[in-house]
Design a protein around this ligand. Structure first.
Ligand SMILES: [Zn+2]
Length: 180
């Protein structure tokens, strides 16, 4: 199997992990083995499983502080919440691809200030395919940004879905939006 890097990105609540699982399901049905990692800073308990004709597939991403080794016993490597990984994530993905592995990456493209998040931009450059998903803005339009609506606005990384909402450009720039 030729190696490749696929990046799935977009704002929060865009279904990135769901899309990751949909793609992974195809490899599992094809008999490929996988392992998944996530940054240990991500402590949220979110659903990472999908029901398939082959039964339940669960990512069970292993929390790691650093991506130190490329697992040799699998054909597919999954990285979830990749925006929180350090710069070694770029060489890790490239090396894994060179070894003939499929690397499925999902993560936020921008932080809540609309700045590129972590090394996601670098990953999108070296990827063979990039898919940008959208969420749904409270106004009903496609949302491409994540806005912080609660908590400390100066703090970049605050784990907790309740602090954020996805917004379209118009609503993101509005002084205050209250569709609730
Ligand atoms: Zn909107």
């Amino acid at each position: 199997m030729p190696g490749r890097i696929e990046v799935i990105t977009g704002p929060m609540f865009a279904g990135k992990t769901t899309e990751l699982l949909r793609r992974l399901e195809r490899y599992v049905i094809a008999g490929k083995s996988f392992c998944a990692f996530k940054p240990e800073t991500d402590t949220r308990q979110q659903k990472t499983s999908i029901s398939t004709i082959r039964g339940e597939i669960d990512l069970c991403p292993m929390p790691v502080s650093k991506l130190t080794y490329i697992p040799q016993h699998v054909e597919v490597i999954v990285l979830d919440e990749a925006q929180f990984f350090n710069e070694e994530v770029v060489s890790f993905c490239q090396e894994a691809k060179d070894q003939g592995k499929v690397v499925l990456v999902s993560g936020l493209d921008m932080d809540h200030n609309r700045k590129p998040f972590g090394f996601m931009g670098d990953l999108m450059c070296i990827a063979d395919s990039v898919t940008k998903l959208t969420a749904v803005c409270p106004c009903g339009k496609d949302a491409v940004y994540t806005k912080k609506i609660d908590g400390d606005k100066a703090q970049l990384i605050e784990i907790g879905d309740q602090c954020y909402l996805p917004y379209c450009a118009e609503c993101y720039n509005a002084e205050s939006v209250n569709y609730m």
